[in-house]
Design a protein around this ligand. Structure first.
Ligand SMILES: [Zn+2]
Length: 76
């Protein structure tokens, strides 16, 4: 199952966001709300993917990824 967040390189670091995105990822210039509570403009290309991961987004992303899926209400 895919995680609900996506990686969004912006402002010199690789952030993550819960904003909806096409399966190809965020387009260049799109402003997303990152997991570290900032509004940043996504940059794409080869270089941004080599940036360091934002520690705050990394921690949040791990938190989200490890959260068990809540059972569906009423399902048996
Ligand atoms: Zn971040």
């Amino acid at each position: 199952m895919p995680h609900p967040f996506r990686w969004a390189p912006a402002d010199g670091e690789r952030h993550a966001s819960l904003d909806p995105a096409p399966h190809t990822g965020y387009p260049t210039g799109l402003v997303v709300k990152t997991l570290c509570e900032r509004q940043l403009q996504v940059e794409t290309g080869d270089i941004p993917w080599l940036w360091n991961t934002c520690p705050a987004c990394d921690a949040k992303a791990h938190e989200i990824a490890q959260k068990p899926v809540p059972p569906t209400a009423g399902a048996r």
